[in-house]
Design a binder for this molecule. Structure first.
Ligand code: F3S
Length: 114
């Protein structure tokens, strides 16, 4: 099992989660982070840290966020390690909680099942 980042991270990337991860399993894209599922140890520290409520345990993903599993697993291996130097996006607050953020991504960066 793993924890997964969902679309609520997109365009927010608040980056609070990174410093709470004991195994450095976050990977950084331009407008969001994902979790490398092969490295996540399911500690759950990141869940409370995220101001956007963007992170879920795999077993608790709501139906509409199920594409997150494929999204994290496919993108993470090709992305660089997210470090504590990740800068939150300047307009992240304006995007917090908005629906449909996956649809704003280019097809190769969006979940395959959208
Ligand atoms: Fe994204 Fe939340 Fe981390 S918005 S970068 S999952 S703190």
């Amino acid at each position: 099992m793993t924890h997964v980042v969902t679309e609520q991270c997109v365009h927010c990337k608040f980056a609070e989660c990174v410093t709470y991860c004991p195994v450095a399993c976050f990977r950084e894209a331009d407008t969001f982070l994902v979790i490398e599922p092969e490295e996540c140890i399911d500690c759950g520290n990141c869940v409370e840290a995220c101001p956007a409520d963007a992170i879920y345990p795999e077993a608790e993903l709501p139906p509409d966020l199920q594409p997150s599993l494929e999204w994290n697993a496919r993108l993470a291996p090709g992305l660089p390690l997210a470090t504590s130097r990740v800068e939150p996006l300047p307009d992240g607050e304006a995007w917090r909680g908005r629906p449909g953020k996956w649809h704003t991504l280019p097809p190769d960066r969006a979940p395959g099942s959208l």
